[in-house]
Design a protein around this ligand. Structure first.
Ligand code: AMP
Ligand code: MG
Length: 272
């Protein structure tokens, strides 16, 4: 069974995160078989569905799960696998691309805040406000000072959400450069996957060291015990999915959600 102590993958706010200290592969010790991972994912999926129902019924807390990672890291894939067992009524996924003309005339959190969960909701972000300190930084669209200010805006924003009962859980899907090469090649080789490719995927690959550095700085600056970053080993898809499902279940279980009591005396109800 996969490890359920996620602390080794938690980005400690106290020290500078080095991504090379984290494995992209599953830990060799106690490695689970493909079948075990599949069973664990199914098990976590069922738990997630139950926890989501309670979250919706209680309306005391909300959850925002943020996925970031290099191109082909598996943001779409993990969302598909982990949330298949959850009722579509209970979860909302939002993807963020290049800001529109209107969005870019607002502050960078404007479009993000509008899609944040309410209490009772679970929302998944495929890319997020972190793009505004990553791709923008690497491409030189913002300077160092603006970037530092944005880290602070992000910390305050996530703390505001926390105060409103919304937990923010952030997953960096960690793949190796060689795994990305395989996945890009697979997309090039399969005409059904061509639509997924864009020129920036290849340009961004050339900037791998710069993106790595931008991620390391952003993760170090914005991981907090309340809104933690986890570095998810993502070279193996089954392990990645199982890891993320378990982490979300644990986060929801820690909320100690309770189904609300009925607002009227059910013993007085008489069905005719
Ligand atoms: P995809 O996730 O493959 O649909 O690609 C979305 C693209 O939008 C990626 O190349 C991102 O880097 C880019 N993107 C997302 N958010 C921003 C942002 N705030 N500023 C600039 N580019 C962004
Ligand atoms: Mg892409």
């Amino acid at each position: 069974m996969p490890n359920t102590d996620y602390t080794p993958w938690y980005v400690s706010p106290k020290r500078k995160c080095k991504l090379s200290d984290f494995d992209t592969e599953p830990p060799a010790k106690g490695q689970a078989s493909g079948k075990e991972l599949e069973e664990h994912l199914a098990d976590m999926g069922q738990k997630l569905d139950k926890l989501q129902s309670t979250l919706h019924a209680a309306k005391t807390r909300g959850l925002l799960v943020v996925f970031q990672g290099m191109d082909t890291a598996g943001k779409d894939g993990v969302i598909r696998s982990v949330f298949t067992h959850v009722s579509p009524l209970g979860v909302r996924a939002e993807a963020f691309g290049v800001p529109t003309e209107l969005e870019s005339r607002h502050d960078f959190l404007w479009r993000i805040h509008a899609k944040a969960p309410a209490r009772g909701e679970m929302v998944i972000f495929n890319r997020s406000h972190y793009e505004d300190v990553l791709v923008t930084r690497v491409r030189g669209l913002i300077d160092e000072e603006t970037c530092q200010k944005r880290y602070n805006h992000i910390l305050h924003f996530e703390s505001l959400l926390q105060d409103a009962g919304i937990t923010v859980l952030k997953c960096y899907l960690h793949i190796s450069k060689s795994e990305q090469k395989k996945r890009l090649q697979a997309r090039l080789d399969d005409p059904r996957k061509h639509w997924k490719l864009q020129p920036s995927d290849f340009d961004d690959r050339e900037l791998w060291p710069q993106f790595t550095q931008a991620y390391e700085e952003a993760l170090s600056a914005t991981s907090t015990p309340e809104s933690p970053w986890y570095v998810v080993p993502a070279d193996s898809k089954p392990y990645r999915d199982s890891f993320v499902a378990g982490l979300i279940v644990q986060t929801l279980e820690n909320m100690k959600l309770k189904t609300p009591k009925p607002s009227f005396d059910l013993s007085k109800v008489e069905l005719k």
